[in-house]
Design a protein around this ligand. Structure first.
Ligand code: FAD
Ligand code: SF4
Length: 508
């Protein structure tokens, strides 16, 4: 039967069993569509990154002899909608069977399910063959449990895939080296340049300009530097092992002015678009470590592997266990609008200026910048989680809802009331100063809670706890904070300071 197989923009997995043999009756379709460029306002590098990767993937399939239909954004038959395009293709090419890979996003999953129900020809959904677990594994694993502890899930993954294991025991006797990690970076000479690729994307940029698509952030169109093919993803992985892994865990939480990437891998886009698989990333890192134990210690390696087979896989499981309700959760009932400067970086708070500024410049910030600078501020200030989601989903090159929303609403905003995290990730200036050099050149005084130029994080921190006492005081991990707060003698002054800052949030 003449078969049409849909490949979504984040399903660029050339190792998939679909492509193992060339079948003349099968036609693949890949489409650039306004439906996808417009469902949220994306960073320009994110749109370009996906289009470049999709085009290269189509080219690769064609070179292997597969039949491929590719719709560029301005293709004359492009209706800009998934259903309309598919209906048209099915009619035009006498298609008798429709197949697709399970989308990772709830929105597209529903769209395709509904589409198939209305089709008069048979259809079939396939696994993407990318993740280490099925959509439902995590939910089954935690069946009947109240909390979904990441650490237990992670250990299960280690065992299941025999990663860093010695039989049933963790290699070297310890599961988790988190405590050995998280240092401040004191010696900037250690910092390595990121492994970048240089690509001219002027043609795609002018296509987008002509289409009146709107976006955020900037791009250097003659030097687009994200990996957009499988080979490039593998080069970034190799570079990571050799140059960055030796310090990865140690400086995983460190932030340093002017250096966006530090020892982070920059692999999230290549993985999330499925150019490379999480298992091959983890295997390469593990293999590198076995061969170079004199140069790389286990704490670096375990820390990295946990992010991928632990956090990444765990977030996906939470997403499928909790959607669509998850997207509506707002535990604290926050409703403040996101200040305008999140879209420009124009704030005097140095940590935020840098974290937002580099996000606009590179479509990237590392985990601690997302969690403890931007996310921390948004939570303390009580920003509406819908605004928070829209910002994170748009701005990062790796932002796809399954991994964005669980990190944002869950880990960062605690809007899920504690499904992902056991307590909110909030801090005063103290933590930011401990992990970065931002406070050294800030207009605000990291030590002051009140008065002229007191760091906003300090009063907002206590204000957050104070206003949410009914929701948080019973949490055994937080009770201590309330005892400290109750003993502080300038409570009203602190609350007044926070109030003034929140009333003037656009001018901070
Ligand atoms: P590295 O630091 O080198 O880590 C290696 C890999 O581990 C990453 O590529 C990623 O695949 C995985 N990883 C690490 N932490 C997490 C995590 N918490 N959840 C899932 N995977 C993780 N990651 C995304 O891929 N897309 C997002 O939209 C996204 N949004 C986030 C929003 C917030 C508020 C926070 C706190 C985190 C978010 N993350 C997201 C997780 C993490 O920040 C990014 O995966 C990471 O910064 C990507 O850069 P890297 O590849 O250099 O990562
Ligand atoms: Fe950020 Fe406060 Fe430090 Fe300034 S003083 S960089 S606002 S934490």
């Amino acid at each position: 039967a003449q078969t049409l197989r849909l490949i979504l923009g984040d399903q660029l997995n050339s190792q998939h069993s679909w492509f193992q043999q060339v079948q003349p009756h099968v036609t693949y379709v890949i489409m650039e569509m306004r439906q996808e460029t417009d469902y949220v306002k994306h960073h320009i590098q994110k749109i370009i990154g996906f289009f470049v990767a999709m085009r290269a993937f189509a080219e690769q399939l064609r070179n292997q002899g597969h039949n491929v239909i590719y719709y560029e954004l301005d293709h004359e038959d492009n209706n800009q909608s998934l259903e309309l395009n598919l209906q048209q293709l099915i009619a035009k090419h006498g298609i008798e069977r429709f197949e697709y890979q399970l989308p990772d996003e709830y929105r597209l999953d529903e769209q395709l399910k509904n589409f198939c129900e209305q089709l008069s020809i048979p259809s079939q959904a396939y696994d993407t063959e990318h993740f280490l677990t099925t959509r439902t594994f995590l939910n089954e694993f935690f069946h009947g449990k109240k909390t979904y502890l990441m650490e237990s899930f992670y250990r299960e993954m280690r065992k299941k895939y025999a990663i860093l294991m010695d039989g049933k025991e963790p290699l070297t006797g310890k599961w988790n080296y988190d405590h050995d990690n998280r240092n401040k970076l004191k010696d900037p000479l250690l910092i390595q340049e990121p492994k970048t690729h240089t690509r001219d994307v002027r043609e795609i940029l002018s296509l987008l300009e002509g289409s009146r698509t709107s976006w955020i952030g900037t791009v250097n169109p003659q030097k687009f530097d994200w990996p957009c093919t499988r080979e490039e993803g593998l080069e970034v992985l190799e570079y990571f092992c050799k140059q960055l892994l030796p310090h990865f865990g140690q400086y995983q939480d460190a932030m340093y002015t002017g250096h966006a990437f530090l020892f982070h891998s920059r692999l999230s886009f290549a993985m999330n678009s499925k150019l490379i698989s999480p298992l091959e990333v983890v295997s390469a890192v593990e293999k590198y470590w076995y061969a170079h134990q004199d140069k790389v210690d286990i704490a670096q390696v375990e820390g990295f592997i946990r992010q991928i087979i632990g956090w990444r896989e765990y977030m996906r499981g939470i997403y499928w266990a909790k959607m669509p309700e998850y997207a509506e959760l707002n535990f604290f009932g926050h409703d403040r609008k996101l200040p305008e400067w999140f879209w420009t970086g124009k704030t005097s708070m140095n940590c935020l200026k840098h974290a937002i500024g580099q996000s606009l410049e590179h479509a990237y910030a590392h985990h601690i910048q997302r969690l403890m600078v931007t996310g921390n501020f948004m939570l303390l200030a009580g920003i509406d989680p819908d605004d928070v989601d829209a910002w994170y989903l748009g701005i990062y090159i790796d932002a796809i809802e399954w991994v964005e929303i669980t990190n944002t609403r869950g880990m960062s905003q605690f809007a899920d009331g504690g499904i992902v995290g056991t307590k909110p990730y909030v801090s005063s200036a103290n933590y930011i100063d401990k992990m970065s050099n931002y406070c050294d050149s800030c207009k605000y005084d990291k030590k002051k809670k009140t008065g002229v130029n007191a760091c906003p994080f300090n009063s907002l921190y206590w204000d957050f706890y104070h206003r949410n006492e009914d929701k948080l005081a019973k949490n055994p991990r937080i009770g201590m904070m309330y005892r400290t707060w109750s003993k502080m003698n300038n409570r009203q002054e602190i609350l007044n300071q926070a109030k003034t800052y929140l009333e003037n949030i656009d001018k901070l």
